[in-house]
Design a protein around this ligand. Structure first.
Ligand code: SF4
Ligand code: SF4
Length: 412
């Protein structure tokens, strides 16, 4: 299906979603996964929030109804009533902003339920009712330490210490590798930065990093609805990104990728590529060749921020096809109908079991049903969330979660 309004782009003030909210047909099309296939099994539903809570208000239809009621003159919902406010906050902040609802609604009804959900969250923050208390430490840490985990700035480039990586702040480079906070600081995700570095070195790419001068892209702050603080981070970050000689920015973080691609685009001096796109190009150009066979059956999880937010669907599949000994077995919900892992929009922080745990478990079951034992993806947040839940459910599903760059590195 073609679509006009992209997920999470050009988010307008809440009032501008009023007419669309009135036009919502309440048809329920927005909750379906790939309606062309008319699935009627447990994978027919594609809204993690609605599937978890089942009441209509938690689906895209509910978003539209809340927007409609709040933007009426006078409003039909009174947020000065604590019970009403609490209910709205729960609905708004349990949406991982996956964008799946918009995939069906926009091409057929021309409405934007996912974008309305983001606008609703932004509006709540403007009214002083968001983000949630669980999100506050992350926001404070990003504002004070340039990363979400209150880690010292100097520790950001620790992963690169024993590697031959140029300082893009001081030396000329063709490519700026932007690992992002998660790969820089989270010990579970940190190996990704090493694999990416080895891959770029193997392909003779002239690249560098900003090291301890790298700043958080602000994605977390933006996703919880705090646009004012996001603007401050963006200004600071643009200065450091635009100060290098790089002609391209490459990142392996889907959150950084979608934020830099959309929210920074206008003022960034160079294009941004996800490492999957970059590696796919290196393979096509014959600059990256593989010598080892991996003998592995895998399934691939499309992260929302590379998939629905940025339309990167072919690159990971091309790479998996090019890896010797790797067979891709697809799940039922893939590409633009991919099921969200549940971590996005601050849900892993505020609702680790209700949304993040629930959605991840559903995805792991879907992966298990392909018969493979390895779920591959290329997003630190999906990897954290699916990885933790894969360990929790290992007795049932026996699934391991891997970053695509690990497979690429192993096959070199
Ligand atoms: S948001 Fe769109 S798809 Fe969902 S019920 Fe309304 S009109 Fe139908
Ligand atoms: S963005 Fe995702 S979780 Fe939120 S309402 Fe739409 S489909 Fe449901």
């Amino acid at each position: 299906m073609a679509k006009n309004a992209k997920v999470a782009q050009d988010i307008k003030p809440l009032m501008e979603y009023r007419n669309m909210a009135w036009k919502c047909w309440k048809c329920g099309f927005c909750r379906m996964s790939n309606p062309d296939e008319q699935k009627t099994n447990k994978y027919s539903n594609n809204c993690p929030r609605g599937t978890r809570f089942r009441f209509e208000s938690f689906y895209g239809t509910g978003t539209q109804e809340i927007v409609r009621a709040l933007t009426c003159d006078p409003p039909e919902l009174d947020i000065t009533d604590p019970a009403v406010l609490e209910r709205i906050q729960k609905i708004v902040y349990t949406c991982p902003q996956c964008g799946a609802c918009q995939e069906n609604c926009n091409p057929t009804k021309d409405l934007e339920p996912a974008n309305a959900s983001i606008a609703l969250r932004n509006w709540l923050v403007e009214q002083g009712h968001g983000p949630l208390p669980e999100h506050q430490p992350l926001v404070k840490s990003i504002m004070n330490y340039d990363n979400p985990w209150m880690q010292p700035r100097a520790a950001r480039s620790k992963w690169a210490k024993k590697r031959k990586v140029k300082d893009a702040g001081k030396e000329e480079v063709e490519v700026l590798y932007y690992p992002g906070c998660t790969a820089a600081y989270d010990p579970v995700i940190q190996p990704v930065a090493g694999w990416v570095t080895e891959i770029l070195l193997a392909a003779d790419v002239d690249f560098g990093i900003l090291g301890k001068n790298e700043i958080c892209c602000g994605s977390t702050v933006l996703r919880v609805g705090d646009r004012e603080n996001f603007r401050k981070i963006r200004t600071k970050n643009l200065e450091s990104l635009n100060s290098t000689t790089a002609k391209t920015i490459v990142t392996a973080c889907s959150g950084c990728f979608s934020t830099l691609s959309h929210e920074y685009k206008e003022d960034l001096n160079m294009p941004v590529k996800h490492i999957m796109e970059f590696v796919d190009e290196l393979i096509q150009e014959g600059k990256l060749t593989f010598t080892k066979s991996l003998d592995l059956e895998v399934t691939y999880h499309d992260p929302c921020h590379t998939g629905r937010y940025c339309d990167v669907y072919d690159a990971p599949r091309n790479i998996l096809k090019a890896l010797p000994g790797v067979t891709l077995i697809e799940m039922q919900r893939i590409r633009s109908w991919s099921w969200c892992c549940g971590a996005g929009g601050g849900c892993r922080t505020a609702f680790p079991e209700d949304i993040a745990g629930f959605a991840a478990e559903s995805r792991l079951e879907e992966a298990f049903e392909t018969g493979t034992k390895t779920l591959v993806t290329c997003c630190p947040f999906c990897e954290q969330n699916l990885g933790e839940n894969a360990k929790r459910t290992y007795d049932r599903f026996g699934i391991e979660v891997k970053d695509l760059m690990e497979l690429v590195y192993q096959a070199l």
